[in-house]
Design a protein around this ligand. Structure first.
Ligand SMILES: *[C@@H]1O[C@H](CO)[C@@H](O)[C@H](O)[C@H]1NC(C)=O
Ligand SMILES: *[C@@H]1O[C@H](CO)[C@@H](O)[C@H](O)[C@H]1NC(C)=O
Ligand SMILES: *[C@@H]1O[C@H](CO)[C@@H](O)[C@H](O)[C@H]1NC(C)=O
Length: 180
């Protein structure tokens, strides 16, 4: 626990020190949702919608077939594109059910959770006994968090979130985006 906290604080400081400039464009380039085993889950939809130049969002729905879910492990990692996508700053594995009981206990996980908690039905404690929904996560709300709350250097990024159910990797979510 102490190790995770120190790790988080060092990285937060490192990120803040790294950046002196604020950027103004955040573009989604791709989103992928995959389900390893159809017996557990199925992707109903997972897409980027561009209404106009400024209003773009992601929506997804994943059906869960083995519910209620009481044991979920999540790994999320950020990659930056250099020569291919390379791990960048964050690689965190958490017990999602434990985290959801007190989201402030892990500052890094909490930072990423706040990106989607208001537009997802995952924003409650375990068990999960329903499909997973993300409804209109806008590029604008992400831009706000990556420029104002914890600034990131400009570049191309991939954010990946893996969900392990009963210790088997079942859902892989990947978001490709650029900050310029
Ligand atoms: C983009 O679409 C949104 C939602 O339909 C609308 O509120 C906004 O005014 C539009 N912006 C432009 C520049 O057309
Ligand atoms: C994240 O860490 C885990 C375990 O420490 C490792 O297996 C995995 O490859 C790492 N992923 C990235 C993107 O560095
Ligand atoms: C959870 O998300 C829903 C929208 O899907 C929102 O109405 C609700 O306020 C959120 N609850 C919490 C605790 O953030």
């Amino acid at each position: 626990m102490v190790r995770i906290l120190c790790f988080s604080v060092v990285f937060l400081l490192f990120t803040i020190c790294l950046i002196t400039k604020v950027y103004s464009r955040y573009e989604f380039s791709n989103v992928k949702c995959e389900c390893a085993d159809k017996k557990f889950c199925e992707v109903e939809y997972c897409y980027i919608k561009s209404k106009n130049r400024t209003y773009k969002y992601i929506s997804l729905k994943i059906k869960l077939h083995r519910i209620p879910l009481t044991k979920i492990k999540t790994n999320f990692a950020l990659y930056q594109r250099l020569n291919g996508y390379k791990p960048f700053l964050y690689n965190v594995t958490i017990d999602a059910c434990k985290f959801l009981k007190s989201p402030t206990s892990n500052p890094v996980a909490s930072y990423f959770y706040n990106f989607f908690k208001d537009v997802s039905n995952l924003n409650h404690s375990c068990p999960y006994d329903h499909d997973v929904l993300l409804d209109k996560l806008t590029a604008e709300s992400i831009l706000h968090r990556v420029t104002n709350i914890l600034p990131f250097p400009k570049g191309n990024y991939m954010f990946e979130m893996d969900f392990y159910m009963y210790n088997i990797k079942q859902i892989v979510f990947q978001l490709y985006a650029s900050i310029s």
